[in-house]
Design a protein around this ligand. Structure first.
Ligand code: ADP
Length: 550
């Protein structure tokens, strides 16, 4: 068993600190985990509600995304923090399923605590839970998942729609799902191991105020929210050779504190010339290496712009570092950040340059943007989001990011499962039956694992203001019929894809309804939920260590 060190207090004195153990600590941890899960519970599903979070300086975030909500909460309890981290991990690794994972973990924990109260040892529960997870994974892979190739692009669009159905862009899910799938298909690349990859980072999301959300647009290429540094510059270059810099192209200045005494005004003029001379030398080196597009995160002096204009080079200043990092990756350029002097013998190598078919400044909606099209190393696409204000645009961006991740997972792993509680209910029936085949105490834990999964369809139904008890009973009976009808029956009933239709309060075939999720995300969320639950369950003592006396 593990020990937890934290700030909770009890009356027992222990080695100068305080100690809380056994049932007390377990109850406290379970309560904390439930409190965290309760915050996000009402956000689950297509009819889940949003949360508004206001920080101490009055900044507001409105979100439906479990990971975002929890990361903004100031959770103090160590067990609560484990669930917050769980949501963040799920967000990082899968991109979606963050609310579900927290709800499942807290339910598993609640049920485990009940078992402990009934004198089942935590180690037995952990073994039982692990066994149930192994069976569940096998059952999903063998019986519930379907390969995507058989289902076509419409399926991928449906998956994107499912992931955004609970989000702010859910009302226009048809439009945004198409946008997301096209954006992801445009950035398809093959890596050195000949695997097809869909990097989410290759899709750049720009946010612009004004117009309605369905006037958002997809652009092939990387859109940079900047303009050329001088009106006299070219606005279009084909066969672009791009230098990506984190270098200041402004008049060189002497370091602070350097004092030079001169008695001749000509010497002062010399110093001024030299200050410009240094930066002009740098620019000449960059142009000399063959660059015809220069992007920098820092500034470019007006006097230096002349050099670029005369050489027919497009120069763009004050770009965002993150944008340039991505452009460097997409064009195959080296992001030069440390070589801040380029002085003396130091040269700008041609190999530092990246390549693109075209760099052009275009007016998109109302704004001028620089577009980098046909990038050499891997293709990129950009989505320009339109919306009324920052809260909406930020939440739209988070929702799109979730959908992009889900589409990536689906395309890369190539298999899907039905959503709307279908998988959880099928597993509930299967595991309940499987538990009866185990002739030891672990049976109880497997049965509890099975019941814990029902929390997903139950929460989905109650969030949709439907009678969850009746719907779940009906859904379970469909799955039981499906699993236990004998293959010899003339017309074998197959309801394994049946889940909840939350709008009409009915049981439907989710593959027909188009409510689909990537298999990988479902399995991953079960695994991570269990790991978090076990981490908390293993704690049997909490010791509050007193701060050292000053
Ligand atoms: P998460 O952060 O866990 O992804 P969501 O709020 O996105 O949470 O809800 C996901 C759950 O909602 C999944 O279980 C999914 O199957 C279900 N769901 C999404 N769209 C629908 C729909 N149209 N009908 C029924 N269930 C849906």
């Amino acid at each position: 068993m593990s020990q937890m060190f934290g700030s909770a207090r009890s009356d027992t004195l222990f080695l100068g600190g305080e100690k809380l153990s056994g049932e007390d600590i377990r109850n406290q941890n379970v309560l904390a985990a439930q409190a965290v899960a309760n915050v996000v519970k009402s956000s689950l599903g297509p009819v889940g509600l949003d949360k508004m979070l206001v920080d101490d300086i009055g900044d507001v975030v409105v979100s439906n995304d479990g990971a975002t909500i929890l990361s903004l909460l100031d959770v103090q309890h160590p067990a609560g923090k484990i669930l917050v981290e769980l949501a963040q991990q799920q967000d990082k690794e899968v991109g979606d399923g963050t609310t579900s994972v927290v709800i499942i973990a807290s339910e598993l924990l609640k049920r485990a605590n009940e078992l402990v109260r009934n004198k089942i040892h935590p180690t037995t529960i952990i073994t039982g839970y692990r066994l149930a997870l192994r069976e569940a994974t096998r059952y999903i892979n063998e019986l519930l998942s379907q390969p995507v190739e058989n289902l076509g692009k419409d399926t991928i669009i449906n998956i994107a729609k499912t992931s955004m159905s609970s989000k702010i862009i859910g009302a226009d899910s048809e439009f945004f799902a198409n946008l997301v799938v096209d954006a992801m298909l445009a950035v398809q690349t093959t890596n050195s191991k000949n695997e097809t990859k869909y990097p989410v980072k290759a899709v750049n999301i720009l946010k612009a105020h004004g117009k309605s959300s369905i006037e958002s647009q997809l652009i092939k290429g990387y859109a940079l929210n900047c303009t050329v540094a001088s009106q006299a510059m070219l606005k279009r270059i084909t066969g672009a050779k791009i230098a990506v810099l984190d270098i200041n192209l402004q008049k060189a200045r002497m370091a602070m504190g350097v004092q030079i005494n001169i008695d001749d005004p000509e010497q002062l003029e010399e110093i001024r010339k030299r200050e410009y001379g240094i930066v002009i030398e740098r620019i000449k080196k960059i142009i000399g290496a063959g660059a015809n597009v220069v992007l920098t995160t820092k500034g470019i002096d007006d006097l230096c712009l002349k050099e670029f204009v005369e050489a027919g080079v497009i120069a763009v200043r004050r770009c965002k570092k993150e944008d340039l990092r991505r452009i460097a990756r997409a064009t195959g350029a080296t992001f030069i950040s440390s070589m801040s002097n380029l002085e003396g013998e130091e040269t700008f190598e041609t190999s530092y340059l990246g390549y693109a078919e075209e760099v052009v400044q275009e007016r998109i909606s109302d704004d001028e943007c620089i577009l980098i099209k046909g990038t050499k190393a891997h293709s990129s696409s950009s989505i320009i989001l339109r919306g009324p204000n920052d809260y909406t645009l930020d939440e739209m961006e988070r929702s799109l990011h979730d959908s992009l991740s889900v589409v990536k997972r689906t395309l890369e792993s190539g298999s899907i499962v039905p959503g709307g509680g279908a998988v959880e209910t099928a597993l509930n029936i299967y595991l309940e039956n499987f538990a009866t085949t185990i002739g030891s105490r672990e049976q109880l834990a497997v049965a509890e694992f099975a019941n814990a999964l029902l929390i997903i369809p139950k929460t989905l139904a109650s969030n949709a203001a439907k009678d969850s008890s009746e719907l779940i009973a009906k859904l379970r009976s469909y799955h039981a019929t499906s699993q236990f009808s004998k293959p010899t029956e003339s017309k074998k009933k197959n309801y394994k894809n049946y889940g909840l239709d939350l709008i009409n309060g009915k049981i439907v075939d989710e593959t027909v309804q188009g409510v689909l999720e990537p298999t990988m995300s479902k399995i991953k969320s079960l695994k991570s939920a269990l790991e978090a639950c076990i981490a908390i369950l293993r704690i049997d003592t909490m010791i509050t260590v007193d701060p050292e006396p000053v």
